[in-house]
Design a protein around this ligand. Structure first.
Ligand code: MRU
Length: 338
């Protein structure tokens, strides 16, 4: 089976180009960015989103900041801070800062371009390896529930959680997907459904509140989600609502898998409580997509991510293999093997 996989960004003729994900699923518009501030805006507005994809965007923002090495160093903290939770962004900026140490100080751009391309290519290769490892965990047939979008659109290409599904389908497994719509920004409805349908994968959209009913009825065989940051003890930050799904999965005896590259694991972060959680503006909840759905002036709490404790995670699927059971020691061993 040959799946049609989208790539959410590319670098062409000195510009970073991206598919504006705020306009999907109804409009496919590519933006051409030539200044790091434009990339910062695109990341913070979720025109490009998903942990690995914003890592790639951050790496290219560093390219666009050159100039000389000083200009790039000056831009780095602003780029890294465009969104706080996904560690891939800071990780990619730090990789570029290390490249600067050996690049010609007056003309570092070529070296930064080469590193950004490596980050992008490595990410797609990691996704494909995650897919291969994860596909072995799925039965056939399998009804898989996913939350948010951890697909091609959220990575350099192919996806993490959806990469597992793509690889299983490519292996000939019969997989159908329940896509949580993922309030309030609807990454599930707008993005996951869009890319799975494009790839020809069977997908059914559900409101987030339907998940419990599906588990209770025995209609979910596995959960596969992505991650924005995994602490060294295996606690997982991912899109708000993921923790509720993990609790449901455990209560109903359904395996809960997290698919993520090693670049999403933050060994400097001891536990989930140390992960910075981004809070979004009230309007995303009260006035989503231009429709007011709450009284004017309503007070809102809008964390973009939550933390699922490691105890709820059956396995972390990485490019170097499946980490199971999830523990500080097993995560350290996965890094030691690289
Ligand atoms: O706010 P978003 O859309 O960037 O949130 C994305 C997620 O939570 C994804 O699950 C995560 O980044 C993994 S993407 C492979």
């Amino acid at each position: 089976m040959n799946l049609e996989i989208v790539r959410p960004c590319r670098y062409r003729d000195g510009a970073f180009e991206l598919l504006d994900q705020t306009l999907l699923p109804h409009e496919e518009k590519w933006l051409r960015l030539t200044h790091p501030d434009e990339v910062i805006e695109a990341i913070s507005m979720l025109r490009i989103r998903g942990a690995p994809a914003i890592g790639v965007a951050g790496a290219y923002a560093m390219v666009l900041a050159a100039g000389d090495a000083e200009a790039v160093r000056a831009a780095a903290p602003r780029i890294a801070a465009a969104r706080p939770t996904a560690v891939n962004l800071e990780w990619a900026v730090n990789r570029q800062l290390r490249v600067l140490e050996n690049a010609p100080p007056d003309t570092p751009r070529a070296a930064l371009e080469a590193e950004a391309a490596r980050i992008r290519d490595e990410d797609e290769a990691s996704c494909r390896a995650i897919g291969r490892h994860g596909a072995t965990l799925l039965t056939s047939p399998a009804r898989v529930l996913t939350h948010c979008n951890a697909g091609s659109l959220a990575t350099a290409g192919y996806g993490t959680a959806l990469g597992v599904i793509y690889a299983a389908v490519e292996d000939g497994k019969q997989v159908s997907v329940w896509a949580d719509e993922t309030r309030p920004l609807l990454q599930g409805a707008r993005l996951t459904v869009w890319e799975l349908r494009r790839a020809g994968v069977d997908v059914t959209l559900v409101a987030d509140s339907v998940a419990a009913t599906l588990f209770a009825a025995g209609r979910v065989d596995a959960v596969v989600v992505g991650a924005d940051r995994i602490a060294r003890n295996g606690d997982v930050a991912n899109k708000i609502g993921t923790y509720a799904v993990a609790v449901l999965a455990q209560v109903h005896g359904v395996p809960f898998y997290v698919a993520a590259p090693l670049s999403t694991i933050d060994l400097d972060c001891p536990a989930g409580s140390d992960i910075p959680i981004e809070e979004r503006g009230a309007h995303e909840v009260t006035d989503g997509f231009g429709v007011s759905t709450a009284p004017t002036g309503t007070s809102v709490y809008a964390p973009a991510f939550d933390v699922t404790p490691a105890a709820y995670v059956d396995a972390i699927i990485t490019e170097v293999g499946v980490i199971r059971p999830v523990s500080t020691e097993a995560i350290a061993a996965a890094f030691a093997a690289t």
